[in-house]
Ligand binder design. Structure first.
Ligand code: HEM
Length: 416
């Protein structure tokens, strides 16, 4: 028999081949289980694009907090493979954002954007989130009337978080439906594996359009500020050269980071509820349960399975030496299934009290939108169930084959 479980080499060396195979992408968990049997960190084979994979819960936590391990900055890319990547606007936007910055650059950008994510600002968004959810539920009721199957992903899980990020950033309501296809095209290049190059051209086109949109929005708000984030960002600026490019890169990537991730939190969570009528009944009866339920969705079916780092100086992870310049694959999805941390990790148990999953990362790049996405889920799922108590699957969900933004392509349901 071949498959993800047997394709991992014995010893402390492994290969990503099995994870990146069709079967491994569909269900990476057997691969993760095999990795856990080998300890928290493994060296990778020469064919892999990383030198090490980190998958134990504690080791992943350590890796994300280790100042020697940096995100893949533009300077790093230049040094590794030359500057050809700079010809691609999507890669330039990513490299110009806080996601792929370190040190003073990273702190400056993060500080600027953090104002939008304070507990006060997130709480103030709650009425808008409820309004957005209610509007999308009305639409679901309309197109799903009489038992017609509808795609919950396309009609609910995608537009709700997209509208919420639009609201957060200050994108006018009339422009918001323009974003989803472009943001998804931009995000397609973030996955693991050489195959992502086929999405490059579409990602560059999307990056150009999105950057153009935000450049105009910045100019409009600079001329006439409003009570929104973009206005706050431009009025707080120092007017230094490159400042707008930096803001634009962070607006585009924050849109991307806040949108399809939350889509899959809602989509993956809904699927679990539809498969488990008892849990569905419990969440319906007591919306306060949703918090624990969502925490377990984030552990069991996290929307983001990995991040990447490189060693700016030599370091050590869980007793394994990490030489300078090593490329490190950090498997958040595997950490969440580490049997040393979570009892019966392959069992979905919303009642578990074993600490947070690593779905939002850790350390200086810890997700800025963690509280916002949790609030969206806490509002969206109970409202969905209350409005459509007979919500049921109407067919097989579209396959999941990506590891960066991991969720169903479609989720056919009936609402009545
Ligand atoms: C369930 C939903 C979400 C998940 C699973 C998620 C996951 C993550 C992860 C794993 C990271 C760290 C990446 C790394 O260390 O390399 C991250 C960073 C980030 N996320 Fe999220 N995220 C979610 C929702 C959001 C939302 C709603 C927003 C904003 C609207 C957002 C904005 C950001 C930003 C700006 C960063 C970069 C922080 C930095 O580099 O300092 N995320 N997210």
């Amino acid at each position: 028999m071949t498959g993800p479980t047997t394709a991992v080499h014995r010893g402390t060396t492994s290969s990503l081949g099995a994870l990146l195979s069709r079967q491994g992408r569909r269900d990476p968990n057997p691969f993760y289980a095999e990795l856990h049997r080998r300890g928290p960190v493994c060296a990778l084979s020469a064919q892999d694009r990383f030198d090490l994979v980190v998958h134990g819960y504690d080791a992943v936590h350590q890796a994300l907090r280790d100042p020697a391990l940096h995100v893949m900055t533009g300077e790093y890319r230049d040094r590794q493979g030359g500057t050809r990547w700079r010809g691609h606007s999507s890669l330039r936007v990513l490299a110009g954002s806080m996601f792929l910055s370190e040190g003073a650059d990273h702190s400056r950008m993060r500080r600027r954007f953090a104002q939008a994510f304070s507990a006060r600002r997130v709480a103030a968004l709650e009425p808008a989130v409820k309004r957005i959810v209610a509007r999308r539920l009305d639409r679901l009721a309309e197109i799903g009337a009489g038992g017609a199957p509808v795609d919950l992903l396309a009609e609910f899980a995608l537009p709700v978080p997209s509208d919420v990020v639009g609201e957060l950033l200050g994108v006018p309501e009339s422009d918001r439906d323009w974003f989803p296809p472009r943001v998804r095209a931009f995000g397609a290049i973030l996955d693991l594996g050489a195959g992502v190059w086929r999405y490059q051209q579409a990602a560059d086109a999307a990056a150009d359009e999105l950057s153009g949109y935000f450049a105009e929005l910045l100019a409009a708000r600079r001329a006439q500020p409003r009570a929104d984030l973009v206005s706050a960002l431009v009025t707080a600026g120092d007017g230094v050269p490159g400042e707008d490019d930096e803001l634009i890169a962070n607006l585009v990537t924050t849109y991307n980071g806040g949108f399809v991730t939350t889509t899959h939190l809602i989509g993956n969570g809904t699927r679990i509820l539809l498969d488990d009528p008892a849990e569905k009944a419990r969440v319906l009866a007591d919306p306060a349960r949703t918090e624990g339920f969502l925490r377990e969705v984030l552990r069991y079916e996290p929307p983001v399975h990995f991040s990447t780092r490189w060693a700016a100086s030599a370091t050590e992870l869980a007793g394994t030496a990490v030489p300078r310049d090593s490329r490190v694959l950090v498997l958040l999805g595997a950490a969440n299934r580490d049997p040393r941390r979570f009892t019966d990790p392959d069992t979905f148990d919303p009642g578990r009290d074993e600490g947070p999953p690593l779905a939002f990362g850790a350390g200086v790049h810890y997700c800025l939108g963690a509280a916002l996405s949790a609030m969206e889920g806490r509002i969206a799922l109970p409202m969905l169930l209350r409005r459509f108590p007979d919500l049921a699957l109407a067919g097989e969900p579209g396959e999941r084959t990506t590891l960066m933004l991991r969720g169903y392509e479609s989720l056919p349901v009936t609402v009545s």
